[in-house]
Design a protein around this ligand. Structure first.
Ligand code: THU
Length: 133
């Protein structure tokens, strides 16, 4: 799939990025998740003066999807203002893994993009099957 086919998602991720509250790191992140049914859910990072409370853009977008009943994310675009584009952090990879490792992950910076499947980003993921004992 070419970047043209995800251009609407890229626009929505960048619009979310502009809403980020990141006065401490100054690092704004936006995420747009496209669900299997075509709906799109966005998130941005929100920081706190109590730094450890910070929530990442990807996890906010995933929460928005889940609360709307969209449990089958197909693709996520993560927008930052850096090239090469920043990949999702480990905590976000793990939470996204809950809903499938075949998720397409697209990271976009101002000029370039990178793509993976979530399975590539999180090999040997801890999955719910391990809880079946
Ligand atoms: N951040 C995200 O929103 N997503 C990531 O995957 C990595 C990091 C945010 C958290 C914090 O507000 C800022 O980027 C710098 O770490």
């Amino acid at each position: 799939m070419g970047l043209g086919e995800v251009s609407d998602l890229v626009s929505q991720a960048r619009a979310a990025m502009r809403q980020a509250w990141a006065p401490y790191s100054k690092f704004k992140v936006g995420a747009a998740i496209e669900a299997e049914d075509g709906r799109v859910f966005v998130g941005c990072n929100v920081e706190s003066a109590s730094y450890g409370l910070t929530i990442c853009a990807e996890r906010m977008a995933l929460g928005a999807a889940v609360v709307a009943g969209a449990r089958k994310p197909r693709r996520v675009v993560v927008a930052t203002d850096v090239d090469p584009p920043a990949a999702p952090c480990g905590a976000c990879r793990q939470l996204l893994a809950e809903f499938g490792l075949d998720l397409e992950v697209v990271a976009v910076g101002p000029k370039t993009e990178r793509r993976w499947t979530l399975g590539q980003l999180l090999p040997e993921a801890f999955m719910r099957e391990s809880l079946d004992r």
